[in-house]
Design a protein around this ligand. Structure first.
Ligand code: NAD
Ligand code: 2HG
Length: 532
């Protein structure tokens, strides 16, 4: 399997990949920047692509790498360089490594704050130039000042912790922060306008979204204290760059520090570069040895796990299936896929909606993963590229609503999963299943409401016939004559002389001729081969 490492990650991560049997690691750092068509060429045939923030993994990359591409790993937090929608369309899981570079980025932010309080960089430069300017480079203290933190996630919280150690009051704005958490962190949760009005220092730590782009703009800056200091080590554009320049030039903003830019790198003659109270770093937040080792190894492990069919950690376009969840959900996935596939194959008309009911013990499991498993099976014959990642979007795109119910009604089983499909003509088909025994073996226990007991794999002949003497013998005869062995058979009927359901599990598929002969028997209402 080809693993394309498109941006430089720690050698620990690369070595880990190289040690994996069957992995061919292609290191092609920065190809994207040099020549996108070369990057696309390299992406062809890759099972995984690993990037940092440089390489742009656009839709074209997914197009080029389909159908081999299974995972894109981002050694870092922000995934704005990866087209997650395209990834989902192509059934590719996108994973990042939240947490691995939190401290590194929090420390860089704090460095920027300290350098915004004391002009260390400017003074150091003056010394390099042979000067001794003790009067120009005075500063102020962080002690007793108010820091406004926008985005109180991992990095924001670490910055807040450090600010408190410096004797600062911390105001926090984060719509997703609970009051209990804010209290536990010793920060004061406020609305954005209050944070703007009352802070001496403001730092942003959120993703760049429609809500955060330009959050600190000209209007916002006008409401801030004179001499406010602003910092952005999150994503370029959260602080509007023109507004920042204007604020620095007018003196409204006393100092600022940026690690990220709307366009990276900013132009060589960008006016930022000549602003004296502005400290710039070239997107170095995560650039510590510790952070790089951590995220490099973590992404290498995550990608390996996905390619080996193991747990899925920190996926951003599907629920993560960590080892613990996989252990509980894993045994059900085969059953789920079989139920979905069976229902799809049994439906004689176009399906218009799907209903899934979980009963008993199974209601406590991660229904999202189980549902994806069912839909993956349901869509198996609809789309060649369906998987856990894109099963839900494909259903949505097909306009097929999926109702998921967790039922508290008692059933004959400790746990039961029922999949029903309603066809455009109003007809319904259904299949129910459970796990049995110590080995958690999947069993289909009902089809169209009729009790059966079938192991869901291989080729099955599903027959509905009027309950008459000798039908099973006739079917057996035709199949035997055709050279096909019946491995197991499950029979059920609604009433004596009513409609019987026969499920024959076969060692191979009977010929079309044999199926035609079975269908020609007068009592046979329906005969259908399904493959699970
Ligand atoms: N400079 C670097 O090298 C570097 C390194 C790591 C992370 N980052 C960036 O830093 C940012 C924060 O990373 P993190 O690991 O703390 O992420 P996180 O997900 O832990 O935290 C983000 C926080 O932003 C909050 N948020 C979301 N929308 C918001 C809004 N409209 N207003 C206010 N808050 C909002 C979320 O609730 C969350 O608490 C990300 O943009 C990430 O890409 C940059
Ligand atoms: O890879 C990097 O150096 C940048 C990482 C950073 O922007 C992130 O979002 O994790």
């Amino acid at each position: 399997m080809k693993i394309l490492v498109a941006d430089k990650i720690s050698s620990i991560g690369v070595d880990f990949l190289k040690q994996q049997e069957g992995f061919e690691v292609v290191e092609a750092y920065g190809t994207f920047k040099e020549d996108y068509s070369k990057f696309l060429e390299l992406a062809k045939g890759a099972a995984a692509i690993i990037v940092r923030s440089d390489s742009k993994v656009n839709r074209e990359v997914f197009e080029a790498a389909a159908p081999t591409l299974k995972a894109v790993g981002r050694a870092g937090v922000g995934v704005d360089n990866i087209d997650a929608e395209a990834a989902t369309d192509y059934g590719v899981v996108v994973m990042n490594t939240p947490g691995g570079n939190t401290i590194a980025t929090a420390e860089l932010t704090f460095t920027h704050m300290l350098c915004g309080a004391r002009p260390v960089a400017q003074a150091a430069q003056s010394m390099r130039e042979g000067r001794w300017d003790r009067k120009i480079y005075g500063g102020s203290e962080l002690f007793k000042k108010t820091l406004g933190v926008c985005g109180m996630g991992r990095i924001g919280a670490e910055v807040a912790k450090r600010a408190k150690a410096f004797g600062m009051t911390v105001l926090a704005y984060d719509p997703y922060l609970s009051a209990t958490k804010a209290e536990a962190m010793g920060v004061k949760q406020v609305e954005l306008d209050k944070l703007f009005r009352e802070s001496d220092y403001i730092t942003v730590h959120m993703p760049l979204t429609d809500a955060t782009r330009g959050m600190i703009n000209k209007d916002a800056i006008s409401t801030m204290k004179d001499g406010v200091r602003l910092f952005n080590c999150a994503r370029g554009g959260i602080i509007d760059e023109d507004a920042l320049l204007e604020g620095l030039e007018s003196g409204k903003v006393a100092a600022a520090g940026l690690d990220v830019y709307t366009s990276e790198p900013p132009a060589e003659d960008h006016p930022f570069r000549s602003q004296k109270n502005l400290n710039l770093t070239p997107h170095l937040g995560a650039s510590t040895e510790e952070a790089q080792e951590s995220v490099g190894l973590e992404i290498a492990e995550s990608v390996t796990s996905v390619l080996r069919g193991g747990g899925i950690r920190n996926a951003i376009n599907m629920p993560s299936l960590d080892e613990a969840t996989l252990k509980t959900v894993g045994p059900y996935l085969e059953l789920c896929s079989a139920l979905g596939s069976l229902v799809h194959q049994l439906a004689l008309e176009k399906v218009s909606k799907v209903k899934i009911t979980y009963s008993g013990k199974v209601v406590d499991l991660d229904a999202n993963s189980l549902t994806r498993g069912i839909l993956k099976g349901f869509l198996k014959d609809v789309s060649s590229n369906v998987n856990f990642v894109n099963a839900l979007v494909i259903m949505e795109r097909l306009g097929l609503p999926v109702d998921v119910l967790k039922s508290s009604e008692e059933t004959d089983y400790v746990e039961l999963i029922k999949v029903e499909a309603e066809c455009v003509n109003g007809e319904k088909v259904s299949a129910e299943g459970t796990l049995i025994g110590k080995g958690n073996t999947p069993r289909i226990v009902a089809i169209n409401g009729r009790e059966v007991e079938v192991e869901p794999h291989g080729c099955m002949l599903v027959i509905a016939n009027s309950d008459e003497l000798g039908i099973v013998g006739k079917i057996g005869n035709i199949i035997g004559k055709d050279g096909v062995n019946i491995a197991a058979m499950s029979l059920s009927r609604n009433e004596v002389g009513g409609i019987a359901l026969n499920i024959a599990c076969l060692d191979s598929e009977p010929s079309a001729q044999a199926i035609a002969e079975i269908k020609a028997i007068e009592a046979i209402k329906q005969a259908k081969i399904v493959h699970l």
